[in-house]
Design a protein around this ligand. Structure first.
Ligand code: HEM
Length: 330
């Protein structure tokens, strides 16, 4: 049910610019106003989320520990899986963000032949996620040739690698195809694996359908339904320099592409996708486990009236002595 709702939602998101920019010619609305509003929502939304996380008190060290902690000198510490220094935290966070290290260790639990229970190393989700996130990043970086004149020099290198297959004109970029393939695989596993299907919600399907829609519209625009790329760049540069214009020759496929991207931008800060920023603010990941070396005092500690042992002994010394209980002060 969740999948159908999400699918219909994305179809509606495609129909809106198709009607609005394709049939009714509301080009300024779809080419300028909506992208501006979407981008502003994205920035403000992310700032709001980050500030809110940043203000949450973290009174204790609660890092996820996945290896031997730093303790006695002859016990070997696992510096990455149980970091006790900032450098260790940076190492662990870096590997987590760049290669999804914790996902790499993912295991699945299954019953074999109806009775044998076993854990199995599950690598396909890790491979699919890596392919998805890295291709997304590369596609996004490649888009900088629309956002900067002249195109930044690092782009030439990326484009040379990404276009190494040298198929057709315009040259095929592998990352666009990998993005589409990986997002489709991530969607497929939500349908195919019963346990994953059971826990999948509309909010899991929607971003996948949306990103597939973005990749498909981009691929259609580049290779099949051509739009005037020079005009597209003029429009984008107009947006960036706050001199918005709608040049001639921009096809409806471009409006569909940026409307879907705008939808993603609006959705991003308020959905699970915000893990992109959240991973850095997660106390289970960004704290060093140095609880044995440093005493962390709960900042909310308020003065409490205590009854010390010395006072206790003063109160009961005579009775303690009479009962033969040793005392500290005679
Ligand atoms: C979430 C962000 C975005 C994603 C994932 C995305 C994805 C894609 C993909 C996969 C392609 C196919 C060609 C390729 O592999 O490069 C493409 C093409 C294109 N995208 Fe995007 N896009 C995004 C944002 C944008 C934005 C913000 C704009 C402009 C405002 C834009 C404008 C274009 C244009 C003009 C093309 C055609 C490229 C060509 O003909 O060479 N895209 N996009």
């Amino acid at each position: 049910m969740g999948a159908i709702t999400a699918f219909i939602a994305v179809i509606i998101l495609i129909l809106i610019p198709l009607a609005g920019a394709g049939a009714v010619n509301l080009h300024f609305l779809f080419g300028v106003i909506i992208p501006y509003l979407a981008f502003a929502t994205f920035i403000i939304g992310i700032i709001y989320r980050v500030v809110k996380w940043g203000r949450s008190p973290v009174p204790f060290r609660i890092p996820t520990t996945a290896g031997q902690q730093n303790s006695l000198p002859w016990i070997k510490q696992n510096k990455l899986d149980n970091p006790s220094t900032t450098l260790g935290v940076i190492g662990r966070m870096g590997l987590e963000v760049l290669v999804f290290r914790s996902l790499f260790r993912n295991t699945s639990s299954e019953l074999y032949n109806g009775s044998a229970f076993a854990h199995r190393w599950e690598k396909w989700l890790w491979i699919g996620s890596l392919a998805f996130h890295w291709s997304f990043l590369i596609v996004l970086l490649r888009h900088f040739r629309f956002f900067a004149t002249p195109a930044p020099s690092f782009l030439h290198m990326i484009e040379a690698f990404d276009g190494f297959l040298q198929i057709g004109t315009p040259g095929l970029f592998v990352s666009g195809i990998v993005l589409l393939g990986a997002a489709s695989y991530l969607l497929f596993r939500r349908f195919y694996i019963p346990q994953v299907r059971y826990i999948s919600l509309t909010s899991d399907f929607f971003p996948l359908f949306l990103i597939i829609g973005i990749a498909l519209s981009g691929i259609l625009m580049r290779y099949f339904i051509k739009t005037d790329i020079v005009s597209a760049k003029e429009l984008i540069m107009g947006l960036l320099t706050f001199n918005p214009i709608i040049p001639k020759g921009i096809g409806v496929i471009f409006y569909i592409h940026i409307f879907l991207v705008s939808s993603l931008f609006v959705y991003f800060p308020f959905s699970k996708l915000v893990h992109m920023a959240g991973v850095f603010l997660s106390p289970t990941r960004n704290l060093a486990n140095n609880s044995r070396m440093k005493r962390h005092i709960n900042p909310w500690n308020y003065p409490v009236k205590v009854h010390t042992y010395e006072e206790y002994e003063d109160d009961f010394r005579a009775k303690m002595k009479a009962a033969g209980i040793p005392v500290e002060k005679e």
